[in-house]
Design a protein around this ligand. Sequence first.
Ligand code: HMG
Ligand code: MG
Length: 302
Amino acid sequence: MALPSKVKIVEVSPRDGLQNEKQFIDTATKVELINRLSEAGFPNVEATSFVSPKWVPQMADAAEVMAAIKRQPGTIYSVLAPNMRGFDGALAAGADEVVIFGAASEAFSQANINCSIAESIARFEPVAEAVKAAGLRLRGSISCALGCPYQGEVQPNAVVEVARRFLELGCDEIDVADTIGVGTPLRVERVMKAVTEVVDPARIAGHFHDTYGQSLANILASMQAGISIFHTSVAGLGGCPYAKGATGNVATEDVLYMLHGMGIETGIDLDAVIDIGQWISGHLGRKASSRAGNAIAARKAA
Ligand code: HMG
Ligand code: MG
């Protein structure tokens, strides 16, 4: 299949990138990260989660973060909400898009949101209805689409089944997520093709964690299957607290370098993103895990 000429990048570092940090990151830093990302031209920034602070303490300041950010016209600010309490927080905070998050694996569903896949869908029903009634966008994220840290193998039809349910709930976009980064390109292409049988490819996003270094190849494989929305995290920040050992999402800088190098438009300023990646990594006291980011930053400094 022909590659897309334009790709939508959803920047997830403020949520997926920071949720796994052990030390609490002050609200002002989270706000500055979101503001700088919006200014760099991202069409969609995943800002925070309205989840239980007992489960994910790092996201406890979701309302404060949303109240303090400077909104860029045209940028979609997304937040995660696993239940009605989360939806109420999201609505009050003025989120543009609410993300419900399920899994293609029963074991992960239990570990992450404390219920079975079927129970999670039932819990999402009122959330989805409320999101639509409020005129907001609804996105559904499917974890463990390429493998599960607890049960191992996950079949493509398990992913398709959740995608079908999310579509019935009215999701505008559906994420196929490789939570632990185990997928390889041909398998990714197979899963993406299976999901495109039931969901319009223009509404499917690839969410790849880079634990095994496969993400860029998996993005290329996804584009070959007709996908043109990807989630990335500046400096490769991230991981899920309920997927031990899983590292961050694919680094935004690496993805932009690859896409722009292939003549694929994103509308995002790579230079600005490199500076953000170096700044936030310095703030967290570590080197950015973006190959292109570090290479370009070193060239600029020389
Ligand atoms: P539970 O313990 O079964 O539910 O958790 P509960 O209803 O009994 O609530 C427990 C406590 O949390 C109660 O407080 C509730 O009030 C409170 P207590 O009475 O004990 O003081 N509570 C809330 N507080 C604030 N906001 C809320 C909320 N809901 C309940 N919305 C629950 C079930 C779903 C709440 C919990 O399991 C949870 O919050 N899980 C979130 C897990 C999470 O955020 N994981 C990371 C995001 S998903 C991810 O990273 C994957 C993704 O990136 C894709 C990929 O890579 O795979 C998206
Ligand atoms: Mg994730």
